[in-house]
Design a protein around this ligand. Structure first.
Ligand code: ZN
Length: 168
C-alpha cells in the first residue's frame, strides 16, 4: 500500500512538473480554463456601474452586487472558489476593458491558485528507491520494545450507596 502511494506520488510530481514547463500563463491551466469559461458566460449579463468599482449585475439567475475592490460578490461563488465567476468577470471586463480582461482577470484569482503556490506544492522531490531485496544489510542489534513503566493507578471511584444497600 505504502509502495503504491509512493509510486503514485512520484509519477504525479513528475507529470505536474512536465505540465508546468509547457505553460505560458500566469495561473495554472485548469484555473485559466475556468476564468475563460466564466468570461464567455458573462457575455449575456447586463451590468450597471454604481461607483468605486461597485456594480449591479443582472442575468438569468437574478440580480447580484459585485464589489471588485473587496473581491466580493453577492452570490458567494467567487469567494468560495477563489476564481471570479461570470458576474465578477463582466465587471472586470468593464473596469479594465475587453481587450485587457484576459490579462487582468488573473489579478482577481486568489493567491492560493497562483503559479507560485502551484510550484511550491510540487517543489519537493520524491527520490526513486531500489526494490527491497537490493537494500544493503546493516548491522543492528535486536529490536526491543521501549522500557515499560508502570503508570500510577487510577483513583477508585467512591459510589454513594443506596440507603438500603449492604456494604460488601
Ligand atoms: Zn456569479
Amino acid at each position: 500500500m505504502l509502495e503504491f502511494i509512493r509510486k503514485m506520488l512520484l509519477r504525479k510530481f513528475h507529470e505536474r512538473k512536465e505540465e508546468y514547463a509547457k505553460w505560458d500563463y500566469v495561473i495554472p491551466s485548469r484555473v485559466n480554463a475556468k476564468v475563460l469559461k466564466n468570461s464567455g458566460e458573462s457575455r449575456i449579463l447586463t451590468i450597471i456601474s454604481a461607483w468605486e468599482l461597485e456594480y449591479e449585475v443582472f442575468g438569468p439567475c437574478g440580480l447580484y452586487v459585485v464589489k471588485l475592490r473587496q473581491y466580493s460578490y453577492g452570490g458567494g461563488s467567487w469567494q468560495k472558489s477563489s476564481i471570479p465567476c461570470s458576474h465578477a468577470m463582466v465587471t472586470t471586463s468593464l473596469s479594465c476593458g475587453r481587450d485587457l480582461v484576459k490579462d487582468r482577470a488573473t489579478d482577481y484569482v486568489h493567491q492560493s491558485l497562483s503559479i507560485n503556490t502551484y510550484l511550491q506544492t510540487y517543489k519537493g522531490m520524491i527520490h526513486p528507491i531500489p526494490q527491497q531485496k537490493m537494500w544493503l544489510e546493516i548491522e543492528r542489534g535486536e529490536l526491543l520494545p521501549p522500557p515499560f513503566q508502570t503508570q500510577p493507578d487510577k483513583p477508585k471511584l467512591q459510589r454513594l450507596k443506596e440507603p438500603d444497600e449492604k456494604a460488601k
